[in-house]
Design a protein around this ligand. Sequence first.
Ligand code: GRF
Length: 199
Amino acid sequence: MINIAVLVSGGGTNLQALIDAQNAGAFPKGKITLVLASNAKAYALERAKNHGIESVVVSRKSFADPADYDQAIIDTLKSHNIDLVVLAGFLSILGKPVIDAYPERIVNIHPSLIPSFCGAGFYGLKVHEAALSYGVKVTGATVHLVNEIPDGGRILLQKAVDILPQDTPETLQRRVMEEAEWKLLPQAVAMLTEQLSEE
Ligand code: GRF
């Protein structure tokens, strides 16, 4: 069985999509065994509790030195025998040691069609505000492997979402989540757990 850790910082709607997909049998070779939150107030922790999934808070603010934070993340993942790391609205930057500890085994969901509107500073609503102010007619979401460059790793899946004339950043974010993120992330986890099971 591939043990999956989902790293969260906020509402956890992507975590919920993964939990629902797991319960529907979308990735039988994987199991979400840990939710790791970067802050104790993340509603994603409630979602984990509601589904009996172990959770832990590893707060970036508790570590003066980024290297100590990275080590705390690695120690937490290793102590839970994690095989696959899924960043689902996780807002802390993972340093090179974490990426090296899980080569090709950390995925992230980004709410745009990378390489548009991505990289440092592009997260949450800011991504959709940038898409609307640029005037693009299509946006979407991307699942990619994580490397040291923010949103820079190999692209695994993408899904396009039309922008509507009356869209606000909030309505666009919601539609990108519903039509793209919540579909792509479970698909990517199914793909990767199959691959990792064959290794
Ligand atoms: C959202 O902006 C989503 O597009 C991105 O992270 C944010 C929070 O998502 N992936 P979630 O509801 O915490 O999963």
